[in-house]
Design a binder for this molecule. Structure first.
Ligand SMILES: [Zn+2]
Length: 469
């Protein structure tokens, strides 16, 4: 048994639904018509005589995840029957991997740099969903919907290396980041659920499992609740399985913990063993995208370390956009990263839009940043341009010329405006002369407004101070 050193010990078992179009062992669709039991066949319902056929795409996806989590890949693919009687399993067994999981002994790095061991990564089919018409406690009957039955899942089991609810939450975050990069999980339709194991030092690490928690926040909430509950009831802690009630914010006992061996696993005789040969693995490896961690390292190596690049690397869509911007080689990558991370995101957030929902293309950002870099427009003008792109597509260069948005570099012209504003704001000038620094910012603001943001701010600053002296 592992010797624990932290006060709280947490292990996770995460079920990720893979974004394939068809189920794991039949051709039924994994999404679409959601009328109950409309996406089923004799295989996913487990009719006698029906034979499962493995979906290769699901294996490809699971392999990608296993490799991304640095796992040792099994030499062959074997599926087992996990026998139990429950209405969500029409065959009375679930097809899963037990003896030899697809991947073993992997690791994942948290944001803090701490490494969490991955015990195993294996494939299995999702059971059906049970529908309690008047809620879990009150319904006198239950409905079964087999649409979900047979959806491909991959289960990621960690070592009990996590030592706080925050770490568990960060683990989920890093895992989702990898799933997004691999493009094997569709955040809009696929389910991700976690079972968590948690124990504390005071109870001599007696393990309690909480089943089926969805959502990052709820995983952290459930764990925080459970740590407190265990500390308060030290004498009553027993090996058991609990459930999480998100509305009430509590966990409650489901059953005393069963152990794996009680399920009576047998190797599925209907599914042939499949060699995971080196040709297959290397073709998957060739297909693997660069992951967030590698991307950031590349950015830092090529362009130096900037905070905005770290943020960009954590978002696949943003990273793709950014790479298109800098591939043009016209703009300084550091300045470009600032515009992608800060200004582009600001405009999208403000308009509650996602990248791709607007007319903003990498070319636009290239043009704006280039104009700023060449000191032809001010940053303020740049910000206004990017805001305008939310509504319509236009050629930046043409627009800037047509609307006369270029910086007023003619010093005399700026000086004229400065003089006018100083004349019109005698009281502010007086306040500044009396030592109120704030007053000069007001005056500069007025000048910028009058020049529609086209005067160079540092020029205005110098001129005003000289003129008032
Ligand atoms: Zn089916």
């Amino acid at each position: 048994m592992k010797k624990f050193t932290s006060d709280v010990v947490i292990g996770l078992e995460i079920h990720v639904e893979l974004a394939t179009d068809t189920k794991l062992f039949c051709g039924c669709s994994t999404h679409g018509d959601d009328k109950p039991n409309s996406r089923t066949c004799e295989v996913c319902l487990g009719h006698p005589g029906s034979k499962p056929v493995l979906n290769k795409k699901a294996v490809d996806y699971a392999l990608k995840l296993g490799l991304a989590l640095n796992c040792k890949v099994a030499p062959e693919l074997i599926f087992s029957r996990k026998s139990y009687f429950y209405p969500d399993m029409s065959k009375n067994y679930q097809i899963t991997q037990y003896e030899i999981p697809l991947g073993e002994k992997g690791k994942l790095r948290l944001n803090s740099g701490k490494t969490i061991g991955i015990t195993r990564v294996h494939m299995e089919e999702d059971p059906a969903s049970l529908v309690h018409p008047s809620g879990m406690q009150k319904s006198s009957y239950v409905l079964v919907d087999y649409n979900r039955s047979g959806d491909p899942l991959v289960e990621v089991v960690t070592e009990p290396d996590l030592s706080s609810p925050e770490e568990a939450r960060d683990f989920m975050k890093q895992l989702i980041l990898i799933l997004n990069y691999l493009e094997i999980f569709d955040v809009n339709r696929c389910i991700i659920k976690a079972d968590v194991n948690i124990s504390i030092k005071e109870s001599n690490y007696t393990r309690v499992e909480i089943k089926n928690i969805t959502g990052f926040k709820d995983i952290e909430r459930a764990l925080n609740y459970e740590v407190e509950r265990q500390k308060k009831n030290i004498k009553e802690i027993v090996l058991e399985t609990r459930a999480w009630d998100s509305d009430k914010g509590i966990t409650f006992s489901l059953r005393k913990k069963e152990v794996e061996v009680e399920y009576g696993y047998i190797i599925d005789p209907d599914l042939v063993r499949i060699d995971l040969d080196s040709k297959w693995i290397s073709s998957i490896k060739k297909d693997m995208p660069e992951l967030a961690e590698e991307k950031l390292k590349k950015y830092e190596k090529e362009h130096g370390s900037v905070q905005s690049m770290a943020v960009i690397a954590k978002d696949l869509k943003l990273a793709k956009f950014f790479e298109e911007v800098i591939s043009d080689k016209k703009v300084d990558p550091k300045l470009a990263s600032h515009w992608v991370e800060l200004e582009l995101k600001r405009v999208l957030n403000y308009n509650k839009k996602k990248l791709g929902d607007t007319k903003i293309k990498p070319k636009h950002v290239v043009d704006i940043v280039k104009l700023i870099q060449d000191k032809r427009i001010t940053e303020q003008t740049g910000r206004r341009l990017i805001e305008k792109l939310v509504e319509k597509d236009f050629d930046i260069e043409d627009y800037v010329k047509k609307e006369g948005l270029e910086i007023i570099s003619d010093e005399r012209g700026v000086e004229k405006v400065c003089k006018e504003v100083i004349k019109d704001n005698a009281s502010a000038v007086e306040q500044y002369k009396n030592g109120e620094e704030k007053a000069i910012h007001f005056i500069i603001g007025q000048i910028m407004r009058k020049t529609k943001g086209k005067a160079k701010p540092d020029l205005v600053n110098t001129l005003v101070r000289e003129l008032i002296k």
